[in-house]
Ligand binder design. Structure first.
Ligand code: A3P
Length: 289
């Protein structure tokens, strides 16, 4: 399975598989009841997807466990085999659609804003994302070869990876945090108190669940439970595309794993670049809990 190349779409590196279909993505037709989960890769997309899908299915895992996560929450940019050229996977999906995207705030098709669609954005600290992205790039051949950890870290710091600069992504979406149709969540907050964050999602969606229903969602979306749920794991994707023996999709699910990977020198270099790129921003991340 050939590794993709990155092509610039309005300055953002996108894998050629998606870039080649850009016209269809850009002209995507949103529906007012579409709900979007948007993230920089490896920020907790799958986690948020399982939570929201359970919320939309009255917290009934029997319903959500019928299909794989990538069927229940289709990926906006994905060009699936068999989907006619010039269209997207989602064109004929029934409403209400729960949609996954990794697009920057600028690249997300305008039609989502025009239709006042609700968008949940999940952000995760730059260091843990780097580590998770490195392992994922090793196992998933729909991404460019990451090279060594040090080589990948250099590319990541330069924004020369799929979906570009982590800084631009999280800061761009942060500008929209006060939009009533946008909910900006943090992976670290979810790790700290998942129930509290699920309550925030419920409020955003205008829903209210009794305590034990809430507890059921918390239970089914713990790392341990999701790891045992084959419908969360992408494990039916052919191994020449995603090889879980190289690294599992649900790998560690913790905050602070970067400490096991960054050398002291890498960390100093990273912190210096981080300060520069985040200067003046009110956006703050925790890198340990
Ligand atoms: P790690 O590689 O650090 O383990 P995405 O879904 O955006 O690709 O993000 C994947 C990351 O989210 C992986 O991080 C994965 O383990 C983590 N993740 C998925 N489900 C989780 C859960 N229930 N709790 C904590 N982390 C989770």
């Amino acid at each position: 399975f050939p590794r993709p190349t990155l092509e610039l779409i309005e300055g953002v590196p996108i894998i050629n598989l998606f870039a080649d279909n850009w016209a269809a993505i850009a002209s995507f037709q949103a529906r007012p009841d579409d709900l979007v989960i948007c993230t920089y890769p490896k920020a907790g997309t799958t986690w948020a997807s399982e939570i929201v899908d359970l919320i939309l299915n009255e917290a009934d895992p029997q319903k959500t466990k019928r299909e794989a996560i990538y069927i229940r929450v289709p990926f906006l940019e994905f060009v699936a085999p068999g989907v006619p050229k010039g269209t997207t996977l989602l064109a004929n999906a029934p409403s209400p659609r729960l949609i996954k995207s990794h697009l920057t705030v600028e690249l997300l098709p305008k039609t989502f804003w025009e239709n006042n669609c609700k968008i949940i954005y999940v952000a995760r600290n730059a260091k843990d994302v780097a580590v998770s992205f490195f392992y994922f790039s090793q196992m998933a051949r729909i991404l460019p070869d990451p090279g060594t950890w040090n080589e990948f870290l250099e590319k990541y710091m330069a924004g020369d990876v799929s979906y570009g600069s982590w800084y631009d992504h999280v800061k761009g979406w942060w500008e929209k945090r006060n939009d009533p149709n946008v909910l900006y969540l943090f992976y670290e907050d979810m790790k700290e108190d998942l129930k509290r964050e699920i309550r925030r999602i419920l409020k955003f969606l205008g829903k209210d669940f009794v305590e034990d229903v809430l507890d059921r969602i918390v239970h089914h979306t713990s790392f341990k439970e999701m790891k045992q749920n084959s419908k969360s794991l992408y494990d039916k994707i052919p191994t020449h595309v995603m090889n879980h023996k190289v690294s599992p999709f649900l790998r560690k699910g913790i905050t602070g794993d970067w400490k096991n990977h960054f050398t002291v020198a890498q960390n100093e270099r990273f912190d210096e670049a981080y300060e520069k790129n985040m200067a003046g921003s009110s956006l703050h991340f925790r890198t340990e809990l």
